[in-house]
Design a protein around this ligand. Structure first.
Ligand SMILES: Cc1ncc(COP(=O)(O)O)c(C=O)c1O
Length: 313
């Protein structure tokens, strides 16, 4: 989907026009992938709009930057306030928010430390990410996820998404909506941009952080909701074939939200329809973000948006 532009982008503390948010081709990030970023959603509710788990996303951005020795001259609170400012200035909701920090124009060479850190925050309308309203048809990728002690998977770094691109391109070229990668030991890891959950015998399983996954904020939200619903949640290494004999499976992610998997490698998951545990979690998640169920964890940061524009699909 083409990016739908908005009026302003936040850059190092100031709002600038969308078209002026440009960088030099010799910037460090262009050559060496030296960026960390976030993806966040702002939802509309009957009485306004709210950003989902904004402080947690900003804490993860600072963590990603810390792993890469990239000092950000802003606190999580300042960055959260900047997100609210840019959404309110652009007046676009619901929307997707993309904060990004990277090494800019400074020195050539792999070492990034002499190149300046730039921080930008954009927001724009963005609809469904993993296609398949009746459930997504996915495959197990021939590509592995990042090996431990190579690219740190707890950092949401731009360079990690070269691996994600391989997974996603292969899946789409072969007629699937998304690919699930195994880790380098052959255990289930995650989708190219989503965490993975599997249900079997009434128990909800997900892959632990040691299996090369991002510490997903939707993942942690779904774990919280599941425990509150009295569902057993187990984080453990999971074999690939569990997908084929699962009763239910779904992806979570800011972009993917809660997306149920209809089939994996053309094998139906359960009977292919959204199963009861996925549905209960899906309904809880969308109830909270859409404001039809109480936001009992204070997951939504309110924004004051006067002009609502429809979200693109
Ligand atoms: C590789 C990867 N895994 C998992 C996720 C899900 O994380 P979150 O729920 O925080 O969006 C994402 C999306 O950010 C991702 O890119």
């Amino acid at each position: 989907m083409t990016i739908q532009t908005t009026a302003n982008i936040w850059h190092n503390g100031k709002l600038i026009p969308w078209d002026q948010a440009q960088i030099h081709v010799m910037s460090h990030v262009v050559h060496y992938g030296s960026s960390v970023f976030e993806g966040i959603r702002c939802y509309t509710q009957p009485n306004g709009a709210g950003v989902f788990r904004l402080p947690e996303h900003m804490a993860r951005l600072l963590d990603s930057a810390k792993i890469y020795r990239m000092p950000l001259p802003y606190t999580a609170e300042q960055l959260s306030a900047a997100v609210v400012d840019v959404i309110e200035a652009n007046g676009v909701t619901p929307c997707y928010i993309r904060p990004i920090a990277f090494r800019g124009y400074g020195e050539m060479g792999v070492n990034p430390l002499k190149s300046p850190v730039e921080v930008y925050i954009a927001n724009f309308p963005w609809g469904k990410y993993v296609h398949g309203d009746a459930g997504a048809d996915v495959c197990v990728s021939s590509w592995n996820r990042l090996a431990p002690n190579t690219m740190p998977s707890l950092a949401k770094a731009g360079a990690n998404y070269m691996n994600s691109q391989l997974i996603r391109m292969e899946a789409e070229i072969n007629g699937y909506s998304e690919g699930i990668a195994l880790d380098t030991n052959g255990y289930l890891s995650e989708g190219s941009g989503e965490n993975l959950f599997v249900v079997r015998g009434g128990v909800l399983y997900t892959t632990p952080l040691a299996n090369s996954v991002l510490n997903g904020i939707t993942r942690s939200s779904v774990i919280t909701l599941a425990r509150q619903l009295g569902i057993d949640v187990v984080e453990q290494a999971l074999p690939r074939e569990l997908l084929y004999i699962a009763d239910e499976a779904f992806f979570t992610g800011t972009a993917a939200e809660v997306t149920h998997l209809r089939s994996v490698d053309r094998i139906l998951v359960g009977d292919g329809t959204m199963g009861p545990i996925t549905k209960a979690l899906h309904d809880e998640f969308f109830g909270i973000v859409n404001g039809t169920r109480p936001d009992r964890h204070n997951w939504l940061t309110p924004v004051n948006v006067k002009v609502a524009e429809p979200v693109g699909v």
